[in-house]
Design a protein around this ligand. Sequence first.
Ligand code: EPU
Length: 428
Amino acid sequence: MEKLLIEGGHSLEGTVTISGAKNSAVALIPAAILADSKVTIDNLPDISDVETLAFLLEEIGGKTELDNDTLVIHPENMFSMPLPNGRVKQLRASYYMMGAMLGKFNKAVIGLPGGCNLGPRPIDQHIKGFEALGAKVTNEQGALYLQAEELRGARIYLDVVSVGATINIMLAAVKAKGQTIIENAAKEPEIIDVATLLTSMGANIKGAGTNVIRIEGKDELHGCRHSIIPDRIEAGTYMILAAAKGRAVKVDNVIPLHLESLSSKLREMNVGVGVSDDAIYIESKPVLSPVDVKTLVYPGFPTDLQQPMTSLLTKAEGSSIVTDTIYNARFKHIDELRRMGASIKVEGRSALVNGGSRLQGAKVRASDLRAGAALVVAGLMAEGVTEITGVNHIDRGYAYLEDKLKGLGANIWRESLNPEELRELKSS
Ligand code: EPU
């Protein structure tokens, strides 16, 4: 068990290179189950979710070789091993094992997923999709049992625009008999990335990235090689860090279009934002303007950047309102920011940030991945040293965090928790 320590106040300068997208990676790895031969995935982020999923593939008889940012998956000997417990509970994205195994074997038993606690996170739309394709789905003792005689294409309208349900239904439908149409589909770039991998495997998918996706089922899918898109949320986090403490920071290896909503909010705050083909340049200003932020599905402002953005807004001169329309309880970072001296009030699904208060280093706890990112932003801005526990959450999504920040001039390091801190953590 470790904690992250940050000495605030140092200005950031230089270049940070963004890794492959976590939320693509966690879908692409299960997607490889659908192939009958070797799948190679390049540009993987070095995060714990990748290792967990590779382990799950091994549990169902796959062979995996992880070498730096490349994962080679041999799906030839995989079988429909039930995964009711264990590592499936460690991450949200283990739900993609449902769609992929159902698509490949017509059956799956998967424990209900874990992941960040952001309030209720139902998967009813995933289940509705599986059932429409012909699967019988039952919930027994915390695991979902999925079984189909044969999967048949269907027309599925999602009641809620859901990234996970859109991808999961694609995974289950690519080998189903006939045509599947997903209406009111999510449009996130990660969905296009998964569709690109599946297409390279021989699948027939049209419309990924729009709200209607059409899939013609194929009997067989083959292996392929695929390189993951850059992580827009990691990139956005560094843009926010740079806006908070940067002199001149280049955020390299990004697709600027994926970050339009953040870039325009930062410009509205008076932050300098420059763009080239695959990099974004951020220049912070001494005085930042307050802005209102409302999270929306892509291409709107991403909920995953709401928490780090809230930390940045504590620096703005005036009041800002941050509203999360995707997860209305995604505010667990606020109490910790208050401990650091921030003036923020949560009302319903909005946080009212009174900017201008000087943050002080404190002992704080990351309750989830992006709450952790928010505390890193705050720690870099604060006076003195901030100690962050719950680092395991941060390690699920940010590759080489300390190295990347040190490269920009931050003073950040890890220490083991002492026995008293361990006791405190266990009893909290
Ligand atoms: N929803 C339902 N029913 C469903 C599915 C979703 O009501 O069957 C609701 C959710 O409760 C939420 C909204 O629909 O209010 C959107 O959820 P979505 O399904 O799009 O989220 P997800 O697929 O579970 C992914 C990312 C999240 C990110 C959201 C929103 C992965 C593994 N996770 O989650 O990423 O916040 O999309 O963009 O891709 C993160 O990276 O920190 C993270 C939490």
